[in-house]
Design a protein around this ligand. Sequence first.
Ligand code: ADP
Ligand code: MG
Length: 355
Amino acid sequence: MKKRKFEKIYQWLSNDVGIDLGTANTLVYLRGHGIVINEPSVVAVNKKTGQVVAVGQQARQMLGRTPAHITAVKPLVDGVISDFEVTEEMITYLLNKAQTVTRSKMLGPRVVVGVPSGITNVETRAVRDATRNAGAREVYIVEEPMAAAIGMRLPVKDPIGSMVVDIGGGTSDIAVISLGGVVRSKNLRIAGDKLNDDIISYIRSEFKILIGEKTAESIKIAIGTVIPGDAPMEASVKGRDLVTGLPREVIITDSDVREAISQSIDTLVESTKEVLETTPPEVLSDVMNRGIYLCGGGALIRGLDQMISEHVKIPVHIAEDPLTAVARGAGIILEDLSNFEEVLIENEDELPLKD
Ligand code: ADP
Ligand code: MG
């Protein structure tokens, strides 16, 4: 095939990359090298000049510690581009940084970008334009749960139903996939950040202490469970006493965290159930046989797999290295573009506008 022949030449001439532009973490897969960038999705901007001063890890360290004229912003809020220019700067930074891994090539890179499921055409276009403006020669868009499924080596192109629950920072994607397409999906704003907020509110109301987002996140990771384990767990937490205004330390337990996040977890489980309820019977029977696949950082919450499994009566598997599933999937697509054409979102210039 002529196309395949050109593909070889293109590969030689450009540093093609796959990008998982997550609400919490951004990962970049460089063709032939694997994941070369894994940084928080944060950009620090100088408000006076509008210039980007730092991206990723460096920008995150500035969060909450910046002088008045520098703000650290997350370019993606709830999985959607909140600031077009900042996103473009972020992608430019990523493309440049990826280029430094190998010697620079003659052509601009071809870029595969993951977007949340159910994104509107206007939003897809924004991602496409931002990536193009950042220097991409060609942009290929894939829905994140599809990329995650590919990253988990599920048979997405076969007439077999696969179900993916991707629990990220800002959003969770629940999707059923078959024959190269998303058959049913739901995107909800209950994910890791919401659990952190739940923990902050709970500690404020139960212990009268104010804690920050980072503290809440470390508590979640250290002692967060959705089902009681064999041994109780504890963590000491430092925060500001709401009455005295002074620092105070308290001990909280796994059962506190469980209570704090229970409502959000219930919604997540209920949403999974809802997607299953509208899944066509043949596809549903595949999912029942093959199980549900969890990925994203939220997949690591202890006991979540067991809880979902008990509620929907279907086995649940946690992806190996759940935080990199989307980036690995984008990489697999990139390495074999002509084979994965059908899983990509078509260029919306050729489609009638949705929304
Ligand atoms: P996104 O795709 O939106 O960038 P990620 O898949 O990178 O999100 O997941 C980030 C989320 O996963 C954060 O909310 C983080 O707190 C959470 N997370 C990471 N590790 C764990 C863990 N071990 N237990 C619970 N949550 C975790
Ligand atoms: Mg993600």
